[in-house]
Ligand binder design. Structure first.
Ligand code: CA
Length: 393
């Protein structure tokens, strides 16, 4: 069995448990991209990659690259479950696929997570980004149909729907990140599904009161109809998560506790909503490629905030992806232009092959730790999130 991320954190925290001096408690920043392929970062795919990713390239150059690190699954929920708990994801009620829309929590209430483990060692913890591990949405069984809708509806939502939404979104939502070890949470549950709004800790930010307009059901934006905040903009998600992450890093530097930030970014998963500054920048005529560049820049901002806070030297940064690139957002066209999102590996998201689970992982800092290998070094296989046969088919 290869060690999981949770095992890695347990080893990091061991000196603390043994009463070692304070500097052995590193801050921990876990950045998880969504549907980013192994070959989407230039540092991992120098010959078959066409998308500039300078900030992640720098992280790879200054830290350690894990070139044979595997996520546990080819899709979101199980992969995230394994990362956060260190357990095989099918040892849950979920036996295939992902947590459904308005689905129940996948992580059992008493299950140890990287966040609750860190809290046992005095860390302040936060999750900022995409959860997709379920909540106890207080939706009455008979009201479930009111939380669906059609992709063709631009009319105002009927009062019956609005009343049901106001009732559910007006109360605390149990079973989310703040009940699984995180002191704080901010993000979207699943950005291409309802509810189309942010969630802060255990409350939606505002009350969704309209169906998502039909204009969003095109070009790999929304997937499912349902309640949305009026004037909800997908383009704001990544910048807002970035701002929140920067703020957490900055304010944490003023606190006495070490911290763990789990930052599951929503990109380059759908919605492929690229801000104007990045539209067309990849030169590949592909929104996902542009969004990868925007994601790289967002990570650059978080790393800059970390540097500015003075905590970078005391922070272990782990960057990885939950699964491979989504072929349905134009992979054949990218390949024709010489960009191969899985690099040298086979296949894409939701398959069982290596291009799906061979998740790029970069690890950097803290600079003072004697356990850290020299900058730019690499390793071929210490960080699988769970045991995984390298070639399953
Ligand atoms: Ca994913």
């Amino acid at each position: 069995m290869k060690p999981s991320l949770r095992h890695l954190l347990a080893l990091l925290l061991l000196p603390v448990a043994l009463g070692a001096a304070e500097p052995t408690k590193p801050n921990i920043l876990v950045i998880l991209a969504d549907d980013l392929g192994y070959g989407d970062i230039r540092a991992y795919n120098p010959t078959r990659g066409k998308i500039p990713t300078p900030h992640l390239d720098r992280l790879a150059a200054e830290g350690m690259r894990f070139t044979d690190a595997h996520s546990s699954s080819g899709v979101c929920s199980p992969s995230r479950y394994a990362l956060l708990t260190g357990r095989y994801h099918w040892r849950t009620r979920l036996q295939n696929g992902i947590v459904g829309v308005f689905g129940e929590p996948l992580i059992a209430p008493d299950r140890l997570t990287i966040a609750s483990l860190a809290k046992q060692h005095g860390y302040r913890t936060a999750a900022i980004g995409k959860w997709h591990l379920g909540w106890d949405w207080p939706i009455a069984e008979g009201d479930r149909a009111l939380f669906r809708g059609t992709k063709e509806n631009d009319a105002a939502a009927p009062e019956t729907n609005r009343a049901a939404w106001a009732k559910v979104f007006g109360q605390r939502i149990a079973g989310g990140p703040t009940t699984r070890g995180f002191d704080r949470y901010f993000g979207t549950d699943v950005p291409n599904w309802p509810p189309y709004c942010f969630i802060e800790d255990d409350r939606t930010v505002g009350i969704p009161s309209e169906f998502l307009p039909k204009e969003y059901f095109r070009d790999h934006l929304a997937s499912l109809p349902g309640p949305a905040l009026p004037a909800w903009k997908f383009e704001r998600i990544l910048p807002t998560l970035t701002e929140r992450a920067c703020a957490f890093v900055t304010e944490s530097a003023r606190a006495s506790q070490p911290w763990l930030l789990y930052l599951p970014l929503t990109t380059p998963h759908t919605p492929l909503a690229v801000n104007a500054e990045w539209q067309g920048k990849s030169g590949l005529n592909n929104a996902a490629a542009d969004l990868i560049m925007e994601t790289d820049a967002a990570i650059g901002k978080v790393l800059a905030a970390l540097e500015a806070s003075g905590a970078a030297k005391d922070t272990l940064i782990i960057f990885t992806s939950d699964n491979g690139f989504a072929s349905y957002v134009g992979v054949k066209d990218l390949e024709r232009q010489g960009h191969f999102p899985s690099g040298p590996l086979r296949d894409y998201k939701s398959s069982v092959h290596e291009g799906v689970t061979a998740s790029l992982s970069s690890c950097a800092g803290p600079a003072r730790s004697p356990r850290v290998r020299p900058a730019g070094s690499w390793s071929i296989r210490p960080t699988s999130w769970r045991p995984w046969p390298r070639s399953s088919a």
